[in-house]
Design a protein around this ligand. Sequence first.
Ligand SMILES: Nc1nc2c(ncn2[C@@H]2O[C@H](COP(=O)(O)OP(=O)(O)OP(=O)(O)O)[C@@H](O)[C@H]2O)c(=O)[nH]1
Ligand SMILES: [Mg+2]
Length: 661
Amino acid sequence: MANEDFFDNVQAYGKWKSDLVTTIQQFQDWLETTGLEDSEQSLKIYETLQTLKYDRITLAFVGEFSRGKTELINAIFFSRYKRRLLASEAGRTTMCPTELFYDVDEPTPYMRLLPIESRLEDTSITEHKQNPVNWTQVQLNINSPESMADSFAQITKTKQVKASEAKRLGLYDIITDQNGTEVSGEKLVEIPMWRHALINFPHPFLEQGLTILDTPGLNSLGNEPELTINMLPNAQAAIFVLAADTGVTRSDMDIWRRHLKSFRRNRNNGLIVALNKIDTLWDDLKSEQEIMASIQRQCQESSKTLSIDINRVFAVSAQKALIGRVKEDNDLISKSNLPSLEHVLANEILPQKQKLVRNTIVSNIFDLMKSSKAILVGQFNSRKKSIASLGGMSGKSENVIQKLLEKTREEQKTYQKNAESLHASRQILLGQQKRLNTIIALDKLDDHISKSRTAMQGSWTTNGMKTAMKLLFDGLSGTITEADKQIELTNRLISSIYTRFQEENEETGSQIKAKLFSIASYKQEIELLYEDAEEYRTSVYSTLTEQSFVIKKFFISLVSRARNIYYQLNKDSDSWAKGALTPLIHQVKAQKQDLQLRLDQLKKTGESRDSLTEQVNELTKEAKMLQRHIIDLNAMLTIVTTPILSAKSKKKPGTKSKVKQ
Ligand SMILES: Nc1nc2c(ncn2[C@@H]2O[C@H](COP(=O)(O)OP(=O)(O)OP(=O)(O)O)[C@@H](O)[C@H]2O)c(=O)[nH]1
Ligand SMILES: [Mg+2]
């Protein structure tokens, strides 16, 4: 009994992505063939393809040490290696946060380890990731599970350093002996060897865009603010691991409160609780019912203590599931109950995120396709009309044709006026976008950052940090309010341009809708960041006395997430403003071609009626070709709008697969 559901779902997502990439590439070729290609569209297509290529779903395993997080990862993802791949032992085992993923730009498997000493620098882990030279690289031999397990053992490595050094690294505040007396700075203490581990590994799940984040227990979590401020809030799903033999302890609650806040705030979306080690409750002297009842009781207690729906709590045994899968013992796997956790992961947790990705990508590409389709349909209709009118023209006098020519020239003048006014509107719009760019420029953010940094100079203390944070967030919300006003103006301008266009072009105009921009989601992101930061700030001071170090790290993580939000806002608003009038510009271009075509025909007819049949033939050929292009585009539209077929939907009898095979 393998974890088929989970596997199928991740596979289905991967297949959906690769079909979509193929279709988007076909669309790019199609645009070239039909002559509709332009640089803005190409850029949007390129960005969408990049988003798909680098899209990742992060599933984090969080919990106090020794609850079985790593054992769960081994059982869910790596049982096919028929051994325990990642080290899982009694006591503290995983010494640094570990990300397992597939690096699309670097197919050779590797493990990169960031030395613990890097904590002394003002560089965030996110920044370090861009620069492999700062990491110690270990090649992985994926054909030998033994050698891989050996390499992965690095993650558990510690080393002995003087207490003063550990303190300098911010890993301990006051170091005391068993009697509670402060130890001398010369005494040797044990610290993790690495600060962070990256494992690039061609596992089918990881290749489909899944990242697994294994985290160490409480102390290490608190020591690396970047985990709380950046990595965990950015994960799409998390499994909080408890153990049946300990119940919910105070430190479990601490982690739940401090590190899973982003999920809890979101009505526990994407969050699952694993009550692990239920095998410790198995007892040959008790009946099956008694054991079940005691497990059920523990689940209920945990659900109540954590205020999470009981359906989100899964009593499992990671260890027995792993043994069961290694030994192919289906009864044991089933008794471990891991398949039911995997089922929810596969059919509810992952699809939530997949839907989000799908909605953004599909809406981008769908709009481009619809706008192109409208143009081709317009061209097709105009050919049809021309064919009909040419048919009636054979008996017409020179005079009538002359009149028609004049009428078309009049239309051409109106078109010219429309085109000029659209061009002028575009210039105004670009001017407004420039103003928005100035308001939200990254340099401006850097200004706020440096002001708040200055406010802290020399006082990396609780109060210093409080003032600095206030300065930073006041600056950020001021900018957002200013940007909001500017966006409102631009939205109004765009709406009025579209309304005018629709009034002037009754036939085609009504099919195109203006796309407006909203800053609400970025504003919310900033607010969430503030909440996370406040929570971290107030909680960390009660546990650490060596504050300046953690505050520094905390500030760096905070700034890094704020910069990401700003960067995204800049990128999205720019791409929106640049593309806001594209559908209208396309329509106008199509009108121009149409008018020119009609003029040419009338001229030819005026010169000789004999050319009529030839013209009709030519137009019929063109209409057929346009029809073929439209049919091809319709097929692409169908693929783009096809839902991702989950394991569940695939298994329904009689369901027809819509995904292109
Ligand atoms: N009986 C039993 N033991 C388990 C189970 N899962 C894990 N363990 C054991 O518990 C110990 C800790 O497991 P780990 O997977 O290392 O725990 P962890 O949560 O990753 O701990 P850290 O890495 O230190 O944060 C190991 O000895 C595991 O074999 C289980 O389901 N049942
Ligand atoms: Mg572990």
